[in-house]
Design a protein around this ligand. Structure first.
Ligand code: 9MR
Length: 321
């Protein structure tokens, strides 16, 4: 099992940040540099400079490299929207993009988030460029291209609000069944786990939902965990609740056993969190405050992980927290 974080190179010039990252985490996910807009800025012109820098740095520091993301309705290049595509041509473009990128990083990525966030909250398909032109064929094409390019990389479907039973998680289950029935390689579901303090899925709900995916023959990961406050500053009671909310995900992952392969937080220090720019006035979602002191949730996460290790659920390897 790994316990890791998403990060960006821009932050690595901060020594305090980088020391913590290298000391505390067992895996690294690039929060941006492997996304389509950066890796294929013009059609057929690939740029892996920043992605390579990230990958090599992570591996040099003996981190598990979790690669992110191949097909997503955000952060894709503008040329995709500037043309009117036939289904055949767009599927070909998707195949070429995924194949080229996965091949480039072959042997370095433990996993790929192949398709991100393809569903609406009610379990219907998101009306993205990809869906509008190809229907659900783009999903199959992306997974096929990824498995052809690197048969050893773990291939994930990754989404949020799929950590508990409901229409969206039911739709993910159907997607897994559909891909598996067609013998398309999909290894795990990534549960992003972007929660709000006091509104997170409970440990029991998360364990139940993880088990539902596992029962379909795939594994699970907690891929982007954070628990944000809707109003700031946090109260003492809020901090205690945030700790419980963080622990719910850790404990659920531990309880389902090896089939939950790992947990990543999406940024670990509030200074660099994505939250304030996406949710004005919200924040303090991470395990360290902006000034690099630990939050109560950090202590709670460490004790939940240690309890899991003692019970023998997890190996200590790669687990730095
Ligand atoms: O952390 C990423 C941030 O730097 C980008 O500006 C943002 C663009 O939407 O994407 C963030 O990462 C997202 C991830 O790729 C998918 N799940 C939600 C994450 C937070 O938005």
């Amino acid at each position: 099992m790994y316990f890791g974080t998403a990060t960006n190179q821009e932050q690595w010039s901060n020594k305090e940040y980088t020391e913590l990252m290298l000391e505390q985490f067992g895996s690294m996910t690039p929060a941006n540099v492997q996304k389509w807009m950066y890796t294929e800025p013009e059609q057929g012109v690939f740029n892996y400079t920043a992605g390579d820098e990230f990958a090599n740095y992570a591996l040099k520091n003996k981190k598990v490299l979790l690669c992110d993301t191949l097909v997503w309705h955000q952060q894709y290049p503008s040329w995709l929207d500037e043309k009117t595509w036939t289904k055949k041509d767009l599927l070909n473009v998707i195949y070429q993009h995924v194949y080229n990128e996965v091949k480039h990083f072959k042997g370095r990525c433990f996993s790929w988030n192949v398709v991100n966030e393809a569903l609406n909250e009610d379990g219907t398909w998101r009306q993205s460029l990809f869906y509008n032109v190809t229907g659900t064929d783009y999903i199959e094409t992306a997974f096929l291209a990824a498995s052809a390019a690197d048969p050893r990389a773990q291939l994930y479907y990754n989404d949020y609000n799929i950590e508990y039973p409901g229409p969206k998680s039911a739709a993910v289950e159907n997607m897994v069944k559909w891909l598996r029935s067609k013998h398309v390689k999909i290894d795990a579901v990534g549960l992003e786990s972007h929660f709000i303090v006091g509104q997170a899925a409970t440990e029991a709900q998360q364990q139940q939902q993880m088990q539902s995916y596992i029962d379909l023959g795939v594994q699970v990961v907690v891929s982007e965990l954070d628990v944000r406050f809707e109003t700031l500053p946090p109260t003492e009671a809020g901090l205690a609740q945030q700790t419980v909310d963080y622990q719910a995900s850790i404990n659920a992952c531990i309880k389902v056993g090896k089939q939950c392969m790992g947990i990543s937080v999406w940024d670990f220090d509030d200074e660099y969190s994505w939250i304030p720019s996406s949710f004005a006035g919200q924040g303090d979602a991470d395990l360290w405050y902006a000034n690099f002191t630990t939050t109560p949730a950090y202590t709670g996460v460490v004790s939940a992980l240690e309890a899991g290790i003692e019970k023998g659920y997890k190996s200590k390897e790669k687990l730095r927290l």
